[in-house]
Design a protein around this ligand. Sequence first.
Ligand code: ADP
Ligand code: MG
Length: 613
Amino acid sequence: MSRIARHFNPAFVVAAAILILALPHIAANEYELRLITLLLIYAIIALGLNVLVGLTGLVSLGQAGLYAIGAYTAAILATRLGVGLVPGLILGMAFAGAFGVLLAYPTVRVRGVYLAVVTIAFGIIVENVAIEWDSLTGSWVGISNVPAPTLLGLPLDTNAYFIVVGASALIAFLVNLNLMNSRFGRAMRATAQSEIAARSLGINVVAIRTLAFVVSAMAAGAAGVFYVYLNKYISPDIFSFTDSIRFLLMVILGGSGTALGPVVGASIMTYLPEYLQAFGPWQAFAYGLLLAAVMFFLPRGIVGSVEHFLSGRMAEARPDTVREERPRLADIVAVDPADGSACLDARGVSVAFGGLVAVDKVDETVDSGKIHALIGPNGAGKSTFLNAISGVYRADSGSITFLGRDTTRLNSHQLARLGLARTFQNTELFSNMTVLENVLVAFHKEYRSNIFSTICRLPSFRRDERHFREAAIALLGFVGLSAYAHEKAENLAFGHQRQLEIARALALSPKLLLLDEPAAGLTHAEIEQLIALVRELAASGITILIVEHHVELIMEISDHVTVLDYGELIASGSAEEVQTDPKVIEAYFGSQSFGDGPEPAAGPGAGSAGGEA
Ligand code: ADP
Ligand code: MG
């Protein structure tokens, strides 16, 4: 993405402010100024919706309902209580924000098309309440005679009101921009791309989705308040389902997930119908055709496509990531020397999928600072066991103790915050984000600066951001990925993706690191590197539980080996003990003895049958 669009630029803000101040004088007439005011109101909605759709990957088709809540709040307050613009704005945004929390709740269970249906239902409910609650909303007649807006007791004329709306749109733009380029924006994008990975990094996905809903709802509420004072009259038909679609189209057409896209989209969707009036009866047809054409040729939206085109040409050398010597892990994240106590203790853990018992009453104790291996044929339940102890699945029975705490009922983001980090059998990177951003996501919970200081770019935010950026760069240096820091994660070679997943996990300052088949698909040289890395991690005090098919690797590095077969623990002991155990030889290699049989599914595609959650 181009730097211009992604970073706060004071010159841009000054230029935008001058433009807003000048527009009332440039505009040809009252009608044109009104149209531009409307455009800015739509831009506010679209910018808020961008946080939901573009960053968090959730679709709302109920924004018109939130827009209506803001509008009715302000209209009722103004006509009945003579309340001015600012209190109306605060209450309108607060009400809409509260409904945003309500709308976020279903995301605990539903997503995608189902969530879209929930938001459509919400929009319909609001519209119907506006129709039915006659005494409050005036039903179809609506609310008219809205007084002129007052700011701090002073009435605002058309020009002054335009400037207030313009300033608010500029603020909305900056909020969107600053949110995008912050830990919150990264957490939102991470959640959208891989929920399971985001959770494994300590991100409370429900909280992040709620935040996105609230931000988008407050923006829609504010837009509704501004609309009331522009139009002086509201009625239910202004807030229909069609309007919700239009708001969503603005974001998608302009380029969802970009800073300028929502503004461009709002401009097009405001002006296009005006220009198309020349087509007379063909107006609606031309409108539809144009939208379809843009989406067909520019699927990333207008701004998204331009940024994509530019980013290809503007690949810059960024010296900040080139480091001379390999940093020490202890200088980057907190690592405590191992004390030999039990790090993880699982007792009688069982997980069943319907009738299939994937993990059957498994006991496993992992001592701190040690390298434990979990082996077994494909489908033995190894990944399921890792998922159970890392909170991805809840064990059907049994108990799990991590660092002396009963963690049986904790979910994965809580476990991550306690110091349990993991990688995935099928790598779960945030593929659209850069390598550096992937690691930065994992520092989310370490930031001390709150959302307010983030949006306002206060010194506490800047300090945090600088600090963790340096730490993330150092971690990349530690695993040998410095050169790729600004590359998209999806462009990395497979071995590098695995390394990145480990770097990301290390950012949690883990006490226990779960590695699910980290050598699968690696070259011999990469496996050698991996062995050295795992040893180094263990030596620095991080306990390792590794699932692997690669026998030599396991025998070389493990202090202890546990063998699963059909979900049951069939052997447990040192590498030597396990190698000679007849039950293991039988289960794992048929009748062949350990080592000289055909090597079980190592290399690319190993264990692809074991599904991840
Ligand atoms: P491993 O990692 O040892 O290869 P897994 O733990 O992935 O094995 O799988 C153990 C068994 O559980 C397999 O039979 C697999 O098909 C089944 N299984 C794994 N995950 C699921 C799931 N989400 N739903 C249903 N069955 C599953
Ligand atoms: Mg597996």
